[in-house]
Design a protein around this ligand. Structure first.
Ligand SMILES: [Zn+2]
Length: 82
């Protein structure tokens, strides 16, 4: 699933979920009515699409001063690799 920010010709912005880009193309050619005014002159707004699956959590940040053997902190990624 992927969400696009869409904007109609009147400037209303809204989000719609699609299965993928092909699904967006199909729904757009079939007519994507703006929920505010019903206009179908809708285009993708400039926005990086958010993908609807869980993003991997960023690695916990270890302090820059962390020693090569690990800082001993519970969240230290160096320690968890040993
Ligand atoms: Zn509109």
């Amino acid at each position: 699933m992927i969400v696009y920010a869409l904007r109609c010709a009147c400037g209303h912005e809204f989000d719609r979920w699609f299965d993928n880009m092909a699904d967006y193309d199909a729904k757009k050619s079939a007519g994507l009515p703006c929920p505010s005014c019903g206009g179908t002159d809708v285009a993708k707004a400039i926005m990086a699409p958010r993908v609807g699956k869980a993003q991997p959590a960023p690695a916990p940040a270890c302090t820059p001063a962390c020693a090569p053997g690990g800082c001993g902190g519970g969240g230290c990624p160096v320690m968890s690799m040993m």
